[in-house]
Write a protein that binds this ligand. Structure first.
Ligand code: FMN
Length: 113
């Protein structure tokens, strides 16, 4: 059986996105999946089966560091599985903000693929 290798990539300003990425890593490791956790400016290897890439939202946008990372490495993700996530406060308002989160927070990341 092929062993799945996952790379979780994040940036953070105040630490919560890093904490959430660490919890994701723990969950995947419990499922015996190989996981590397990398800050966005420390990624030097693209030999993974799945990338999970996350950014906090500040002033209605994901961090430039994450958006730029995706633009600069577009070709390296070709044919790879990529999941994106954001960490934000908007979800505190329940489903009323679902559309906003999708269109304004996730879309700038998803449209890079
Ligand atoms: C100055 C500032 C601006 C923020 N702007 C938004 C925003 O536009 N939308 C939102 O949903 N959350 C916003 N947040 C909440 C952050 O996304 C949230 O605190 C997140 O956990 C920060 O992630 P980090 O700790 O990884 O930096 C803002 C927080 C701060 C401090």
């Amino acid at each position: 059986m092929k062993i799945l290798k996952v790379c979780i990539i994040y940036d953070t300003k105040r630490g919560s996105t890093k904490q959430i990425a660490e919890w994701m890593k723990e969950g995947l490791m419990d499922a015996r999946i190989l996981v590397d956790l990398k800050k966005v400016d420390r990624v030097d290897n693209f030999a993974y089966d799945l990338f999970v890439i996350g950014s906090p939202i500040y002033w209605e946008k994901p961090l430039k560091s994450v958006v730029n990372f995706l633009s600069e490495n577009k070709d390296k993700f070709k044919g790879k599985k990529v999941a994106v996530f954001v960490v934000c406060l908007a979800k505190l308002f329940g489903h009323f903000t679902d559309k906003h989160v999708k269109n304004h927070y996730l879309k700038p990341l998803k449209k890079k693929f």
